[in-house]
Design a binder for this molecule. Sequence first.
Ligand SMILES: Nc1ncnc2c1ncn2[C@@H]1O[C@H](COP(=O)(O)OP(=O)(O)O)[C@@H](O)[C@H]1O
Ligand SMILES: [Mg+2]
Length: 341
Amino acid sequence: MTSESGALLEIRNLKKHFPVGGGMFGTMTGKKEYLRAVDGISLSIEPGTTYGLVGESGCGKSTTAKMVLMLEEPTEGEIFFEGKDAINADKDAKRHYKSSVQAVFQDPWASLNPRMKVESIIAEPLEVNTTLTRAEIHTKVGDILEEVGLQQYQAELYPHEFSGGQRQRIGVARSLALNPKLIVLDEPVSALDVSIRAQIMNLLMDLQKEHGLTYLLIAHHLATVRYMCDKMGVMYLGKLVEEASTDQLFDTPTHPYTQALIGAALPYHPDDQKEELLLEGEVPSPINPPSCCSYAPLCPEPDPLCEANELVTKVVAPGHQTAHCAHCADEYGCYWFPRER
Ligand SMILES: Nc1ncnc2c1ncn2[C@@H]1O[C@H](COP(=O)(O)OP(=O)(O)O)[C@@H](O)[C@H]1O
Ligand SMILES: [Mg+2]
């Protein structure tokens, strides 16, 4: 199957359900339980743009990233890359996909092998996936180091000889080695000092311009997303509850969860500290989540009818859609979605 959308990456109804329990609860009920880490996500990313995926810890962002990176197999759903089905692809196409889609992770400590010199860390993907000679690889590693703001001699050093920001530059360098088209950035600056976050974000944006890269940026950190993304999606309990261009989403958030997340006084600059809002109330468990509006438990004026209604997606403006309770959306209106809307 193919996709005609023109997007570099398109995911459709992607799900990852992890079997859980089997322990006391599973044995007692005799039923197999699933944790719905990702529960039907669809999105598409245009070439050369940055798509931001935001949401609180545990809502399924990294699991989505791992499926895109083919580190987790989806329970259901489709992934199209350059219009072609990436999951049911032959061996060569999968190899092309895996070298075209690279990652930068949050913690450069954990993702860089402490016993390898920087040269080997960056050279490894080239040794495995290309036919370049040793000398060519050496030259390429030097060039990439300079591109990420490091120096050629630093190829001889070990990760512990670098600062946190520099280590993340090494992580970025490694992700660039195979000339990827898409880079999945999973919380790339969250572990860094606030003072150096902007440097790494600017580096990523410069590299994007230079190489025409496409990014899927994952963050729980709204200021980072606002700074870097063209379009964004808000995840809540394994689902995408709202999607729009970054400007639309920050200017006119329509889902109550997005509104709460964005809050009243979001600072514009990513260096500003006050950037997250803690929500009141308890998010339902992703193990057997409610099939109705899963936001109902957080709603200050819950209506019993919400619990009998499924989520629906409403287009609120061109390119801007929100998923919410069918009951609240249409017939009656509720605290969050008054009927006049
Ligand atoms: N391998 C796994 N087995 C079981 N549950 C998992 C696994 N990986 C993630 N989860 C669960 O899936 C949910 C989503 O996790 P994750 O994708 O890491 O969220 P996020 O990145 O948004 O913080 C969490 O409840 C987490 O505990
Ligand atoms: Mg995560």
